[in-house]
Design a protein around this ligand. Sequence first.
Ligand code: ADP
Ligand code: MG
Length: 705
Amino acid sequence: MSYILDSEIKFLPGIGEKRAALLEKELGIRTFRDMLYTFPYRYIDRSKVYSISDIDSSSAYIQLRGKIVRISSAGEGKGRRLIATLQDGSGSIDLVFFKGVKWIQGKISPFKEYIVFGKPSLFNGAWNMIHPELDPVGESGTSSWPSTLIGIYSSTDKLRNNGISVKVFAKLQQTLLQKVSGLIRETLPQEIISSVKLPSLTFALTNIHFPKDLRSLDAARYRLKFEELFFLQLSLLRQRNVRMSGSSGIFFKKVGDAFNWCYSRLPYELTGAQKRVIKEIRRDTVSGRQMNRLLQGDVGSGKTMVAMLSALIAVDNGYQACVMAPTEVLAVQHWRNFERSLSGSGVRVALLTGSTKARERREIDGGLRDGSIDILIGTHAVIEDNVVFHRLGFVVIDEQHRFGVDQRARLRLKSTEPPHILVMTATPIPRTLAMTLYGDLDVSVLDELPPGRKPVQTIHVTEEQRYRMYDFIKSEIKKGRQAFIVYPLIKESETLDYHNLEEGYQRIVNYFPAPEYITAVVHGQQTNENKAYDMRLFAEGKAHILVATSVIEVGVDVPNASVMVIESAERFGLSQLHQLRGRVGRGAEKSYCILMTGYKLSEDSRKRIELMCSTSDGFELAEADLRMRGPGDMEGTRQSGLAFDLKISDLGKDGPVLAQARSVAAGVLAEDPLLESTPSALLRAGLDRLRQTGGKEIIDYSTIS
Ligand code: ADP
Ligand code: MG
């Protein structure tokens, strides 16, 4: 018998084919379940009404009740706005509408009483409310609602224009809840419900839409967050068990000549953290299981050497290794690095990128097939289908966030035995997010920088100080140092950005005239040869200044550079700024990061800039980024294909729920690692649901193992 929550939404009274199609298109609602799991994003407390004279803070949403005493319009064109003045016994306040002016005009009638909900803001010394919600009193303000906490759902213009206002939507939820009343099946095992002290699913779904009171709402929320995060963790941890239970891990019997050759010639002592991580990797490669390890290390922590030494262990055991980098510039840099460290060792390294010439390409293909090439370094080109390895045993993916899930899966298919995989990232991922995104990976952390690094001094500079800043760069160049000057590159306005860069470049060349000063330039519109040429000029110290778009952000290593200027710094995210800053401070000299912005900054931008100036801790910045922007926006999560749709949890704030959900999930799996037993049927059903809905990408991830 089919389950009522699986019913199509068109069968709900009040929704026909047309509205059903609209709900699916606008909100992704197809079934009763989808509808029930579309939660309010906030609540109005109908029991609390503010007096206008009591408004004293612009921080919170509040409710007012009064009459509209005047309607007027002001401004022209884009600035045109409608102002409705609301009066209660205590005072008056302007309600301001910039959008949908006509529509609002038709909706508001003077001298009627309204309940107004919105966020007060201060303008010219007086309080007003921008785009508040308005309800005529009597229609909804009183007894027709089942509780005093009213859920507010997000809506769209299309829905509103087709008769599904927020209020109608709430009514539909009410109808639905009545229809399924008594028929909702519990999704969590009873033991978990009682040990975590959760309310039932029925209680939670009822109270998330129509809270009886604040306590019930909190309990409902907790239950739904827990459920969401629990199944996510269960899925990730179970995948890990699946991977662990497979016996198919390549066994690297020995550490041999190639490794020892390189190790004994290192120009420096490895840091304690580097040694520890290499040991962890070594352990994985003799465990009989496939390694899937994430290596996190702040910029400059020395991940490359860890990758090289681990790759050499593969080579020592007769396997090939492959290192994948996100950009050509970076692939070339890695290749040079490997060549420099390994020349004379007998280990053969090759470079394969989009601009490898056909003849050379054929040669590489041959060398990969017959096994004479030991280590292949390259960009996305290395995962194309026509690249065939003789015996691939170890894969390094550098700066992982530029690679999609399916690309990793393709790499995995390049070998009959699954190669060990090391994913390296310099984007410090906050614990909560790491747990969620990489719950099925083992994580190593390089938490120690090579000795002698001095913290980079970070300074905020505005346009007026530009030439003083240039003079400062000159003084650094005089000391023999080099400088980066970076411009933002944002896809949507590439031509504009390019224009800015050109302009900036001209200004630099004028102020830093050749031959005294040599300026190199690198950007996305150049040919690869030109890019490589200018990059090399700078890397070899022949150019003093490198003007670049943010292409240089990942991994470029020029230890002699001591100044990083970031133009329009307000347009970069925190972790991107941190990445860029990490390009300097690599040598022994004191280094500087200069954040250029316009004079006027939004509150958010100002906060970011201030944070950058006050801390150099990548993890602290990443946590702040997560709090400020939410995980969906975190650099990297979206591109990685791992971003997913959490309906109610907020990874920035729900760390404790996540931790509890994870520990309960781990407990369940300790008893039944693959969830194969009969009592686990309920949990298997939950995972199936996850697979059908938002968790798709997460599940796909398992194709790697
Ligand atoms: P990242 O982790 O950002 O990829 P790199 O691997 O590029 O860092 O290393 C940054 C710099 O530190 C390089 O110049 C590298 O040669 C140097 N380095 C790496 N390990 C050590 C070490 N143990 N001692 C001193 N310098 C090191
Ligand atoms: Mg690197």
